[in-house]
Write a new protein. Structure first.
Ligand code: AMP
Length: 215
């Protein structure tokens, strides 16, 4: 069983990979971005607090994110493993996660760093569409739904994320470089970083990951 972190710039394929690995390992897929989007949709207090950051492509403050993740990790289904997608995104978040795990005698097994060229990622993101109900990810050109605007899996409505516009994506890349990229060194030092080419199709990336994990 694995405790995995999926790292990498916006659009690298963390969400797509995490949903597949979640089924393969029967482990919960914990996406902080999805938690926030759900709360915004439901109009909760949390949703109202985080919306202004997300719309601009900025990070939500650490203290909000850390509590959400540690509360989620306390749930029973995380006892034997989990996949963290989009968390941690700052060194402070990573340190707090380590403290939380250490206090329970646990540790992260592997950190998968998905690597891809920024221009390729930009094309992926402006063409990305997401199911409002189940979160399934589509691509207008390379992976469209069978019926336009409708999710193949659950029949939900497919939409474009508010933060997938070119201007916001540029800002998200800048935020990634300044605040999240230092985590690569953090986990390299910890000795559990796996750098994986994320420029291929989801199936190709999955194959590389499965090989690197030795599963
Ligand atoms: P994602 O779906 O992972 O691309 O996240 C979408 C947005 O949610 C990000 O651009 C941030 O505004 C916010 N977010 C998600 N995860 C985090 C995190 N770990 N720390 C801070 N903000 C986050």
């Amino acid at each position: 069983m694995f405790r995995l972190i999926l790292l990498g710039p916006p659009g690298a394929g963390k969400g797509t990979l995490a949903s597949t690995l979640s089924v393969k390992f029967n482990a919960p897929h914990i996406s902080t971005g999805s938690v926030f989007r759900r709360n915004i949709k439901e109009g909760t207090r949390l949703g109202m607090r985080v919306k202004k950051y997300m719309d601009k492509g900025e990070l939500v403050p650490d203290e909000i994110v850390i509590n959400i993740v540690t509360d989620r990790l306390d749930e029973d289904d995380c006892a034997t493993g989990f996949l963290l997608d989009g968390f941690p995104r700052t060194v402070h978040q990573a340190e707090e996660l380590d403290k939380y795990l250490e206090s329970r005698g646990l540790a992260i097994d592997r950190v998968i760093d998905l690597v891809a060229d920024e221009e390729l990622l930009m094309q992926r993101m402006i063409n990305r569409r997401v199911c409002k109900s189940c979160g399934r990810i589509y691509h207008v050109i390379t992976m469209p739904p069978k019926q336009e605007g409708i999710c193949d899996v659950c029949g939900g409505e497919i939409y474009q994320r508010a933060d997938d516009t070119e201007e916001t994506v540029r800002n998200r890349f800048a935020v990634y470089q300044s605040q999240t990229a230092p985590l690569i060194e953090y986990y390299r030092k910890a000795g559990n970083l796996l750098a994986i080419d994320g420029s291929g199709t989801p199936d190709e990336t999955l194959e590389l990951v499965v090989e690197a994990l030795g599963v």
